[in-house]
Design a protein around this ligand. Structure first.
Ligand code: GEK
Length: 243
């Protein structure tokens, strides 16, 4: 996938506005997410492996907050010939446009329905797999419960929900430790102190991480029978919940 280097916050900006998934971000998104999220590549690959295990013939797969389509592509590669459809949903027109190009670059018998829509509004049905890869954290906190319930209701028994998120830690020492480790990760990937602090301000009102306890409680209260973290690096984790 082609992507330019992320230099969005490299220069001093008078007024930092709230982070948006606009054309500028879509253009550098691959570089941005790989340099900002520890374990991103492994998570994307493993989502494909989960698809291979869990996706049943003639079912639907939902990639909610699909950005440039990395998770969708990883899933699609693993489920050829199963007669499934993938719904890749994002409410950023710029992401959808670039995602369309990325998907067109590979041949597959699996249909991808790319929807420019809010994930809170779409119909979820006959799903053997749903992916929220670093998306739930961008929804207003009070909307998260209803989305998880609708996902659960639209899933087939035995289906898998993969949720990857930045985590918040109730223990302040741990919060600080893992936050520092994450900042070191960004520094080692070439982000300057200015870039780190300006991006942080831009995300402040937009991204609100939950704790692991909150995630687990939300998933079990909405009916999921099995839950585990399957990956964690610093304050980033990926979880599975099975109906
Ligand atoms: C990946 N999953 O590469 N409705 C639809 N889309 C939304 C909404 C919403 N309410 N809120 C945010 N988005 C991807 C990475 S990025 C994560 C996901 C990040 C979309 C938003 O436009 C963006 O494309 C995506 O969710 C979040 O595996 O940037 O840290």
């Amino acid at each position: 996938m082609n992507s330019q280097q992320d230099t969005i916050y490299a220069h001093v900006t008078d007024q930092i506005t709230d982070f948006q998934f606009d054309q500028r971000v879509a253009g550098v998104f691959n570089d941005m997410i790989r340099r900002s999220v520890p374990g991103y590549a492994q998570i994307i690959n493993t989502i494909g492996d989960f698809a291979n295990r869990f996706v049943t013939p003639q079912s639907n797969i939902y990639d909610l907050g699909s950005s440039l389509g990395s998770a969708t592509l990883s899933i699609r590669r693993q489920i050829e010939g199963r007669g499934c459809q993938i719904y890749a949903v994002d409410n950023s027109q710029s992401m959808i446009e670039r995602c369309t190009e990325n998907l067109a670059a590979y041949v597959s018998d699996i249909k991808v329905n790319l929807l420019c829509a809010d994930i809170r509004d779409i119909d979820i049905k006959n799903a053997s797999m749903v992916v929220l890869n670093f998306t739930l954290q961008f929804l207003p906190t009070h909307d998260r419960d209803a989305l998880i319930k609708r996902i659960y209701d639209g899933m087939l028994p035995g289906g898998i929900l993969v949720i990857s998120e930045k985590l918040f830690f109730e223990d302040n020492h741990i919060q600080q430790l893992l936050d520092e480790q994450h900042l070191d990760f960004k520094r080692s990937n070439g982000y300057s102190e200015l870039e780190i602090s300006q991006k942080r301000s831009a995300l402040e009102n937009v991204m609100r991480p939950d704790s692991l306890n909150v995630h687990q409680q939300r998933l079990t209260e909405n009916g999921f029978s099995h839950f585990s973290v399957w990956f964690q690096c610093f304050n980033f984790a990926s979880m599975v919940a099975i109906k």
